[in-house]
Design a protein around this ligand. Structure first.
Ligand SMILES: *Cc1c(COP(=O)(O)O)cnc(C)c1O
Length: 433
């Protein structure tokens, strides 16, 4: 498998290099040179395959020998470790629960697969690999859990002191083992600046093997294709045109869906659902792409004003508005509509959605008013208990908290205090790795 850059179609990089580099030097995004077709009969055979078997066939086909089969098998056994069940609200409305992993959000799939892939490629190296990650909250938890106990890899997470939610902080600071949390006296931008400088520092580069776990790493995108097929397998046989509704921020999930479609997923359409950060729905409507600063909303993991995967979406469709529009519809909703939808789903179906999933629910209902025959898989990207206080206030009653979250609340925080000062950070790294 070779990859090119969305800014340079002539570039050729191996999968291993793309995984460790994260981003091409020209600031584009890595894309697979070839998106192959799945084996004939794969869709018909789906009901007989386990989630891990599906993941193996899809990734083996796409990676095309970049990872030996036996290693790929191990990567999948260690990363696809929790289910993605489909729950039916009615005959045409299905919820795909992507929150059964350790950090209670779909990002666990990408983070675990990336961690296992890096560990596999790192096996023959004598020096350990140190992953540096700056986080504003959410991604750090998935990355930390994804790399926990991964052989040959240590993780250093930098987060801004006092600027992440108490629950997010627990997710970063209670794992121990190969994960260390640095509590930085500064902002998220300070954390990011420290990490950037570390990668540019020649002393550090000599002393330590370092890499990043960027959210746009191609190794995070690939496993996000798996659950499109896994959910298809669980749908009842029926003649409705099937659409996938994806609550979106950086559009990684939706991009993975477009790739799954190119490999052979027989999907009728994708629905991009956003909150007030609506640059992609606006683009689909007008043909004009106007990235801007994000505005804060209730579904805050989707507060993105310049979606990083937009370049990949365009690239997949030959950079033309019309072809992208023929596969993707977009809708945006306010916080008030989101709250209303959460109450509606709770009352009508006895199902509790988190604010992100509720934006998806609204988008599908809107689409259904235009195409009443369609049925949809709606991605539920996070567990509602992740946003406990807000969800309980909106619904007016308490909700169940999963055991793995309840346990976390009782655990002791362990972090290293760090000033936003590169010299101190550098000394600390050299002393510890
Ligand atoms: C990250 C995130 C999203 C947005 O996903 P993208 O792939 O960036 O579009 C949606 N919901 C939740 C809960 C998230 O954590």
């Amino acid at each position: 498998m070779f990859l090119y850059s969305t800014n340079n179609p002539a570039l050729r990089v191996t999968f291993k290099d793309a995984v460790f580099q994260g981003l091409p030097p020209d600031n584009g995004l890595f894309m697979p040179l070839e998106i192959p077709q799945l084996p004939a009969g794969f869709m018909e055979a789906l009901p007989g395959l386990s989630f891990q078997e599906i993941a193996f066939v899809v990734s083996q086909k796409l990676l095309h020998a970049a990872i030996p089969d036996a290693d790929l098998q191990t990567i999948i056994e260690n990363s696809v470790t929790f289910p993605a069940p489909v729950v039916s609200l009615d005959e045409q409305t299905f919820i795909l629960e992507l929150f059964h992993g350790p950090s209670l959000a779909f990002k666990d799939f990408g983070a675990r697969f990336m961690a296992q892939t890096m560990s596999c490629f790192n096996r023959d190296e004598s020096r350990e690999l140190v992953i540096l990650v700056a986080t504003s909250g959410d991604t750090g938890g998935a990355v930390a859990a994804g790399f926990l106990h991964t052989p040959g890899i240590k993780v250093v997470i930098l987060y801004p002191s006092g600027k992440v939610s108490p629950l997010q902080e627990k997710q970063l600071t209670t794992l121990g083992a190969n994960i260390t949390a640095l509590e930085v006296a500064g902002t998220f931008d300070d954390c990011q600046a420290l990490v950037k400088r570390a990668f540019l520092d020649s002393d550090l580069r000599q002393a330590i093997r370092m890499s990043s776990a960027n959210s746009i790493n191609i190794a995070r995108l690939i496993p996000q294709m798996f659950y499109y097929f896994e959910s298809w397998k669980q749908l009842p046989k029926a003649d409705y045109p099937t659409v996938f509704t994806v609550p979106s921020g950086n559009f990684g999930n939706l991009t993975a869906g477009l790739m799954a479609m190119q490999m052979g997923l027989p999907v009728h359409r994708f629905i991009a659902a956003t909150n007030a950060n609506d640059v992609v729905p606006k683009y689909l409507e007008s043909g004009e792409y106007t990235p801007r600063s994000s505005v804060p909303t209730l579904s805050n993991a989707m507060d993105v004003g310049a979606p990083s995967n937009f370049a990949r979406m365009l690239d997949l469709y030959g950079s033309t508005w019309n072809t992208l529009r023929s596969c993707v519809s977009g809708y945006a909703f306010s916080d008030e509509q989101t709250r209303e939808a959460m109450r509606e789903v709770d009352t009508n179906y006895g199902y509790i959605m988190d604010p992100h999933g509720a934006v998806g629910y609204l988008a599908f209902r809107k689409f259904q008013s235009e195409e009443p025959d369609a049925r949809s898989v709606i991605f539920e990207t996070a567990h509602p208990a992740k946003f406990l206080e807000e969800v309980e206030a909106i619904l007016g009653h308490t909700i169940e908290v999963p055991e793995r979250l309840a346990v976390l609340r009782k655990k002791e925080k362990q972090s290293v205090s760090m000033p936003a000062d590169f010299r101190v950070f550098k000394e600390w790294l050299v002393a510890h790795y």
